[in-house]
Ligand binder design. Structure first.
Ligand code: HEM
Length: 147
């Protein structure tokens, strides 16, 4: 093996070691939003809290009538996990398909996001980290709000 290919082999071994040591797809030395949110356990905690707050929020409670809340919570957890760089695969419906029947307005959307922020506050998630998640969710507005 020549000197160059020897160095290449060592560099590749280093890359593989770094990739294995990194829990998800973030560049080496950076953490994912997934990790900053506390991984799947952290996300599950604040998503379950968001759903609990929203179904008890008289402004939007009716939107959750006859909905399987455990299933909804699990789907949102998997969605957030995937979107933030975690190892999950979201198996659910797209945002337009899953919300069009609810005929949601900007009002409903804003209140749900407000409840999400309250839940993230409860979980002690720092404000800049909260904003990183909200930035990912914001473009969904156009698919979720249909009236
Ligand atoms: C950024 C905002 C939102 C996100 C990320 C989000 C995410 C999701 C996800 C992942 C699902 C599961 C889809 C599936 O079953 O495959 C879902 C369903 C649902 N969402 Fe949202 N949602 C948002 C906004 C809202 C708002 C504003 C409301 C009502 C106020 C709402 C109420 C519901 C309900 C009731 C379902 C269940 C629909 C059904 O099973 O027929 N969502 N949402």
């Amino acid at each position: 093996m020549g000197a160059i290919s020897g160095i290449r082999a060592r560099l590749c071994a280093l890359c593989v070691a770094a990739l294995l040591a990194t829990p998800s797809c973030a560049p080496v030395g950076e953490t994912t939003l997934y990790a900053d949110l506390g991984g799947e356990a952290g996300i599950t905690r604040f998503v379950a809290d968001t759903v609990a707050i929203s179904v008890a929020d008289p402004r939007i409670a009716k939107d959750f009538d006859n909905i399987n809340l455990d299933h909804l919570t699990r789907r949102i957890v998997l969605q957030f996990c995937e979107l933030t760089g975690g190892p999950c695969r979201y198996p659910g419906r797209d945002m337009y398909g899953s919300h069009k029947g609810l005929h949601l307005a900007t009002y409903n959307f804003n209140i749900f996001v407000e409840d999400l922020q309250i839940a993230m506050d409860h979980a002690g998630i720092p404000f800049p980290t909260q904003n990183r998640l909200l930035k990912i969710l914001a473009p969904m507005y156009h698919d979720i709000v249909t009236r």
